[in-house]
Design a protein around this ligand. Structure first.
Ligand SMILES: Nc1ncnc2c1ncn2[C@@H]1O[C@H](COP(=O)(O)OP(=O)(O)OP(=O)(O)O)[C@@H](O)[C@H]1O
Length: 299
């Protein structure tokens, strides 16, 4: 559905996005992760048709997105900093969205009142940051977008509201195959949402994988032996990190769990644990692997 082919974008001397390819399937949730300044927002703005790429192509269902009025009515980009017209009430903001988006669904807007529970006559500017975020989701979901692009979407929402919003998003994906592209530094929040993740660093896509594959492919190992074991005992495995704590060795390795386990068992360890990593841990170790200094934060 979304096809990004070798796109580049620079600002003066800086190459913010350096030849990125992405393929995002209809009805999927794609998580775009990355270090600060990696180029995530720039990439999202190009996919939303707000910025024009310097080179390469962005196609949505085969059509270029930039200045594509038809598609722009069906895509919403929810930025990290929200914009509402000064002094407008929720009701007035809804009227504006209704005039802009052909698929505005008044029934949905009314039914979401029960979820967000904010008086529509309130001026948006007088609401708290989290309540303004709620209003932005309320309006966005009422436009019934085909593609939803979210930049730090949960910022300011309390835990209950985050869960409610996530449920609404998943429901739209399941019921009408909405496609979501989401960028967030809060990896715990996106971990249970995404089907696929891409990790960006210095304007390049370093890793792109199905989340399940990414998680089943990296393990934390704690192991101890009675006597010295040959240094080669983990040869053949892709070690992302290693550390010795007394007699216990800690390894972060890439590889299939059964292969790693059966190999280590042959050395008869006195202690051996193999644990899954959270998305946040995988992100930290993978970033280290691409040269992002992470010393002193590992636990
Ligand atoms: N309008 C602009 N003019 C000049 N430089 C820009 C502009 N927008 C972004 N940049 C630069 O491009 C690079 C990528 O910025 P971008 O906002 O895309 O990163 P990001 O991955 O979203 O970062 P963060 O996680 O910190 O929000 C940064 O070095 C930034 O300073």
């Amino acid at each position: 559905m979304i096809e990004v082919r070798n796109i580049k974008k620079g600002f003066d001397e800086l190459e913010a996005v350096q030849g990125i390819n992405l393929h995002i399937k209809k009805g999927s949730i794609y998580g775009l992760l990355g270090s600060n300044g990696a180029g995530k927002t720039t990439l999202l703005k190009m996919i939303a048709g707000i910025y024009k790429q310097d080179s390469g192509e962005i196609l949505i269902s085969g059509e270029p997105i930039f200045e594509n009025v038809q598609w722009k009515q069906r895509i919403i980009f929810l930025a990290d900093s929200l914009f509402f017209f000064p002094n407008s009430t929720i009701k007035q903001a809804a009227q504006f969205y209704k005039s802009m988006y052909v698929n505005w669904n008044e029934e949905r807007f009314q039914s979401l009142k029960d979820v967000f529970n904010i008086d529509v006559n309130k001026k948006v500017h007088r609401l708290s940051k989290g309540m303004q975020r709620q209003v932005s989701f309320w309006l966005t979901l009422s436009t019934m977008p085909d593609i939803l692009i979210l930049d730090e979407p949960f910022d300011g929402l309390d835990a209950v509201m985050r869960q409610k919003v996530k449920n609404l998003l998943v429901q739209d994906v399941a019921e009408r195959e909405m496609t979501i592209l989401i960028s967030s530094h809060n990896l715990r929040e996106v971990e249970d949402l995404c089907d696929q993740v891409g990790i960006l660093h210095h304007g390049q896509l370093r890793i792109e994988k199905d989340l399940d594959d990414l998680k089943s492919d990296v393990h934390k190992i704690q192991v101890a032996f009675k006597q010295e074991v040959p240094a080669v005992f983990l040869h053949g495995f892709d070690i992302l990190y290693k550390e010795e704590r007394g007699s216990v060795r800690l390894y972060i390795v890439r590889g299939k769990q059964d292969k790693v386990t059966s190999h280590i068992d042959t050395f008869h360890p006195v202690l051996f644990d193999i644990l899954p990593l959270t998305l946040e841990e995988i992100f930290i170790y993978e970033m280290r692997d691409v040269g992002y200094a992470i010393e002193n934060i590992l636990v």
